[in-house]
Ligand binder design. Structure first.
Ligand SMILES: NC(=O)c1ccc[n+]([C@@H]2O[C@H](COP(=O)([O-])OP(=O)(O)OC[C@H]3O[C@@H](n4cnc5c(N)ncnc54)[C@H](O)[C@@H]3O)[C@@H](O)[C@H]2O)c1
Length: 138
């Protein structure tokens, strides 16, 4: 008997990342993550932290999940400052304020609505968030 590894059930050859370009983008730099608290954003924070950024700025609208990832990153990576910023990507002034104060070198954008059937019944909200919100971030 042996432990089952993720690769056993992946169903494809694992992808090996070329870490050098990633390190160049992150190491010693301030990195901002929108949507930092949930699936993609929080996992990116976990994967970015080992590359020793100067800080991770978590820009996120959901307060309790942001609190949770803030605590998790501080516990797991005590040398990486996690700077939690409550904010909405639809609020351009607030986002600009955070950019001005935190000076990120790289921005990773994961803030979005993602549940297609739900958003198909909320078309305007989906466009406001995912299209105009992304436009603000750009
Ligand atoms: N989860 C996946 O497997 C997957 C795969 C490929 C692509 N994606 C894409 O990645 C993006 C994020 O997906 P996810 O699975 O992490 O979604 P999620 O719902 O788990 O996380 C999105 C996060 O963004 C935040 N957010 C939403 N609107 C915001 C706003 N206006 N301002 C600030 N924060 C806001 C939410 O509070 C949440 O924490 C989506 O565009 C999704 O389509 C996800």
């Amino acid at each position: 008997m042996r432990e089952v590894a993720v690769e056993d059930i992946l169903g494809r050859t694992p992808i090996h990342l070329d870490e050098e370009p990633i390190r160049r983008t992150i190491e010693g730099k301030v990195v901002l993550m929108t949507g930092a608290a949930d699936s993609i954003g929080s996992e990116l924070c976990r994967q970015i932290a080992p590359f020793q950024p100067a800080a991770i700025v978590g820009y996120e609208i959901a307060e309790s999940p942001l609190f949770a990832i803030d605590r998790e990153i501080r516990q797991k990576f005590p040398n990486v400052p996690f700077l939690a910023e409550i904010g909405n990507i639809q609020d351009r002034r607030r986002f600009e304020d955070v950019l001005r104060r935190r000076h990120p070198s790289a921005v990773y954008h994961a803030a979005a609505y993602k549940h297609v059937p739900l958003m198909e019944t909320h078309v305007f909200e989906a466009i406001e968030n995912n299209v105009f919100g992304t436009y603000n971030v750009l």
